[in-house]
Design a binder for this molecule. Structure first.
Ligand SMILES: Cc1ncc(COP(=O)(O)O)c(C=O)c1O
Length: 448
């Protein structure tokens, strides 16, 4: 049995620092220039220590062992980097992509020259939450596109919805093509029976997780897992070498090592606490729901918008900051570092919320029907463009992604004709206090 109490990258840093070496190397700060964030962080920011390659390999091996992957890579540019790597592994290929993909997917397709076929998703009529691509929709898309070389889908989504992963796996593997999964929100899945198994355990070929979101590593770290007969480790290694800095940060890598150790040794117990707090919150507040992931709570305020509730919580002293405000919802993420006091305060504030009486009725934006753009993301992105006002953009072709952020799901795709109702929806988001990326200062459309 593997000993998961060790953490090879943390150990190598500790051993090195214990020698109190005299430093004539990069980084220039030498761990001395600032005590901002404590001296230890700066002191741990070290160059390529002797043996570090082996320590990283060992740490990635432990992370692979923990989830049963054939190979695991530590990433220092977020799940974004893993998504780009997955798509670059299929350069120029036709790929079936869930329409609810994150904007990082579009970036990956610009880089890889992917020819996407977007697959429509389903909306939960009761909560207005996106439920992802149904098995039926994927089966139909695979029938219509027998030349697709891979399928790229999201599980779980921002709301903690798992989707039909088992069916997706069967459909893809029947066709002999790999299933690539953006599991940015699922680094903690599979570590407690009340959470779904990770898509990797269900047979997905390549899975990326933002460990910084739901495990315990530092922001900008992520993990890419491979377990596949259809995608080769050398292919992924090759594309990662294009994307990876030649000077990856040791504190970032060490935090991934730490996060794996925490999940292995304390994950189940911490997740059990989260489950009990989540159950208590939902029992007391009927307008708080969770889907497949008990750590992801979606408030559906009986009145007003999700933005209004968010703003009110931010104005409290001390403020309470949620994860994702939308017109209809406010999503809270309980994490491995959440303590009972946090959960109690959330309950207290939500009980005290002076909820507006009137429900703001908005048609939730949905991807139940998808019009395929005539240009690929790469063609659109590298076309000559001009910046026009939102009004002038109607009827023109978008050069880039336009989306509320968070969640970063493109409402308008590159290469897509911009519709009046979409602009109206985005204007509503901005008026309610949301941020729309790709809109500030005008909208980039293809030159006529
Ligand atoms: C579904 C999804 N995929 C990918 C990403 C990008 O992850 P990262 O910020 O780790 O690069 C996000 C970020 O919010 C996301 O929500």
């Amino acid at each position: 049995m593997t000993d998961h109490r060790v953490a090879p990258i943390l150990d190598i840093i500790d051993r090195y620092l214990a020698q109190q070496p005299t430093a004539f190397y990069f980084p220039g700060h030498r761990g001395r220039v600032s005590d901002l964030w404590g001296e230890e962080l700066w002191r741990s920011d070290l160059p390529e220590l002797p043996g570090i390659e082996e320590a990283i390999e060992q740490a990635e091996g432990l992370a692979a062992d923990l989830v049963g992957a054939e190979r695991t890579w530590f990433l220092t540019n977020g799940a974004t980097m893993g998504i780009h790597a997955m798509l670059l592994a299929f350069p120029g290929a036709k790929v079936l992509v869930g329409r609810n993909c994150h904007r990082a997917t579009i970036g990956g397709m610009v880089l890889a020259g992917t020819v996407p076929v977007y697959v429509a998703t389903e909306l939960d009529p009761t909560t207005g939450v996106d439920l992802g691509v149904s098995a039926g929709a994927l089966a139909m898309a695979l029938l219509e596109h027998p030349d697709a070389e891979a399928v790229f889908l999201v599980s779980p989504n921002y709301y903690g919805v798992a989707g039909a992963v088992q069916e997706w796996v069967a459909l893809c593997h029947d066709r002999g093509i790999p299933l690539l999964i953006d599991s940015a929100h699922g680094a903690h899945w599979g570590f407690h029976p009340d959470f779904p198994p990770s898509p990797l355990a269900l047979g997905a070929d390549v899975v990326v997780q933002s460990s910084h979101k739901t495990a315990a590593s530092l922001t900008q770290t992520a993990i890419l897992h491979l377990k596949s007969d259809l995608v080769k480790a050398q292919t992924i290694e090759g594309v990662l070498s294009l994307l990876r800095s030649t000077s990856p940060s040791l504190p970032l890598l060490a935090s991934l090592d730490y996060s794996r150790r925490l999940l292995a040794t304390e994950g189940k117990q911490r997740l059990a606490q989260i489950v009990s707090w989540s159950e208590k919150l939902r029992a007391r507040l009927p307008w708080l729901v969770s889907f497949d992931d008990p750590s992801r709570l979606t408030a559906i305020p009986p009145g007003g918008t999700g933005f209004q509730l968010d703003q009110w919580l931010c104005q409290q002293s001390p403020p309470l900051i949620a994860e994702l405000p939308t017109l209809e919802h406010l999503v809270f993420a309980l994490g491995l570092g959440t303590v009972e006091e946090d959960s109690d305060r959330l309950l207290q504030l939500l009980q005290e919320y002076p909820c507006p009486a009137k429900k703001v009725r908005v048609a939730p934006f949905n991807f139940a029907t998808v019009e395929q753009p005539t240009l690929t993301p790469r063609q659109a992105y590298f076309s000559a463009a001009e910046i026009v006002s939102a009004k002038e953009a109607i009827g023109r072709i978008s050069r880039t992604v336009i989306c509320p952020y968070p969640p970063g799901i493109p409402v308008i795709l590159p290469g897509e004709v911009i519709k009046q109702e979409t602009i109206e929806y985005l204007a509503q988001v901005i008026a309610a206090g949301g941020i729309v990326q790709g809109w500030q200062g005008g909208i980039a459309v293809l030159a006529e």
